[in-house]
Design a protein around this ligand. Structure first.
Ligand code: AMP
Ligand code: ZN
Ligand code: FE
Ligand code: FE
Length: 274
């Protein structure tokens, strides 16, 4: 049985393959109760669904974002309950999307030098107007027949320290946390098991981090429990989700991670106390 709560999902507003409406319909079809759209650097998916919420009144939508932080404390930060009409936040997001274009163009040039040219116009077309990301470059490589899957493109070329990878011109984690909080959101460290830095969490908490994603596809039961206890000790909330990216991406299914209802209750309580 899929989880009735999924707080980490992507759509064509960034590097997911389902449109926001397709995702919303799919979640409703699974009889889900709570869905957070957490596209990379874009709230366009959530904003497009707001007028359609009454078509599935039992499915609650939560506005969210996933920001990439670079520098010493490189990580992904989720922001829950952000005010998507906050002008300063939207300006910040459009700047981040412009920086994505520059970064992906550099990576495309590196692929060219490595003997795997892709047409930039195809990369842009494959992003469907959404926030550009490495997965779109992977899709363009698949079209050319260089790789068979997004995963193969990452493993051979695009992963951090891969031959086509470019260090990201992303803001420091402290700044990303600040921008989420200024937009009324709750900053949460995404997929904590991806990071090895011992000092990362403590530094992020000092910078205003309020939560940690304990429930995640690659987290064993005991690792999840570890993060729950860790959060409790530091006074953080826990969140969770599948990091769904849609069919054809090789990623986890929607609702594939069980997220307890108490998680949403605690998030809401925290939001109401801000
Ligand atoms: P970008 O926003 O351009 O940095 O790309 C991030 C996206 O690529 C996210 O959807 C990640 O889940 C995905 N991603 C990052 N690293 C890997 C990897 N090693 N293998 C597969 N997907 C990855
Ligand atoms: Zn993604
Ligand atoms: Fe992420
Ligand atoms: Fe994600």
């Amino acid at each position: 049985m899929p989880s009735r709560i999924d707080l980490h999902t992507h759509t064509t507003a960034s590097d997911g393959t389902l449109t926001p409406v397709e995702l919303f319909d799919k979640a409703a079809g699974l009889d889900m109760q709570v869905l957070a759209l957490s596209d990379h650097d874009s709230t366009a998916g959530y904003d497009a669904l707001v007028p359609l919420q009454s078509t599935h009144p039992t499915l609650r939508l939560i506005p969210a974002i996933e920001l990439s932080a670079g520098g010493e404390f490189a990580c992904h930060l989720l922001g829950y309950f952000i005010n998507t009409s906050d002008k300063a936040f939207q300006n910040h997001l459009s700047l981040l999307r412009e920086k994505r274009v520059e970064r992906l163009q550099i990576m495309a040039r590196q692929l060219d030098r490595l003997g795997f040219p892709v047409e930039w116009s195809r990369v842009v077309a494959l992003a469907h107007g959404g926030s550009l990301g490495r997965p779109h470059l992977a899709d363009a490589m698949m079209e050319k027949g260089y790789v068979k899957s997004r995963q193969e493109a990452f493993d051979r070329f695009l992963k951090r320290d891969g031959p086509a990878y470019t260090s990201e011109s992303e803001p420091a984690a402290q700044d990303s946390i600040g921008s989420i909080r200024k937009a009324g959101g709750i900053p949460v460290l995404a997929h904590p098991s991806y990071y090895t830095s011992e000092s990362l969490l403590k530094n992020l908490v000092q910078a205003g981090l309020m939560g940690i994603e304990a429930y995640y596809p690659e987290h064993s039961r005991s690792l999840t429990q570890h993060y729950i206890e860790f959060a409790r000790d530091l006074g953080l909330v826990v969140t969770g989700g599948s990091d769904f990216h849609g069919p054809g991406t090789g990623r986890s299914a929607l609702g594939s991670v069980t997220v307890p209802e108490a998680v949403v209750e605690s998030l809401e309580k925290l939001k109401n106390s801000l």
